[in-house]
Design a protein around this ligand. Sequence first.
Ligand SMILES: N[C@@H](CCC(=O)N[C@@H](CS)C(=O)NCC(=O)O)C(=O)O
Length: 202
Amino acid sequence: MLTIWGRLNSHNVKKVVWAAEEIGLEYVRHDVGGRFGMDAAYLARNPNALIPTIEDDGFVLWESNAILRYLAEAYAPHLWPADPRTRAAADKWMDWQFAYADAQREVFLMLVRKPPEAHDPAVIARGIEETGRMMTILEDCLARQPWLTGESFGIADIPMGTYAHTWYALDLARGDYPHLRGWYERLIVRPGYASNVMIPLT
Ligand SMILES: N[C@@H](CCC(=O)N[C@@H](CS)C(=O)NCC(=O)O)C(=O)O
């Protein structure tokens, strides 16, 4: 059985748990990281002291998006296009997500993890501007194709799908992005997304 280590309020852990459920894999998840800490056994599996980490029949892997690619390749080829160009065009959104995460990090930490008296309007304004600018790029893609993976849902939808929920859940001003909204509405009806990604932000 697949083992996943990581607290579920982490974006990077949500991705892996959601993927496992999309694929229909049985898994067990252990809370690690944040207030749960990390013991020596965990650090031996992941020397970065970060979550998530998985173990699949003795195979240990960290880096959330590498885990998604592995799970799709091993268990769900229908979620990962075989054609090299289609795959690369999808894959770029998985790398791009880390740049998006940088744009969202400060405003997320401020609005979710800090008390109101610590809220800095300049940080919030910068977060609104940077995430909005990047969402315009996503909107442009989704105006031309229904999914970031291409014509059908796949693992390239998972990284930004996870961050999109946070963006919609944060109490901040947003522009109108109809294709992004349409994609998000197609995600929220997926059971693995609803139960693992759409949890309260903490
Ligand atoms: N690039 C890594 C980033 C992992 C990462 O930054 N994880 C954060 C949580 S989202 C973490 O481990 N923070 C420390 C902690 O939770 O204790 C990945 O995608 O797996």
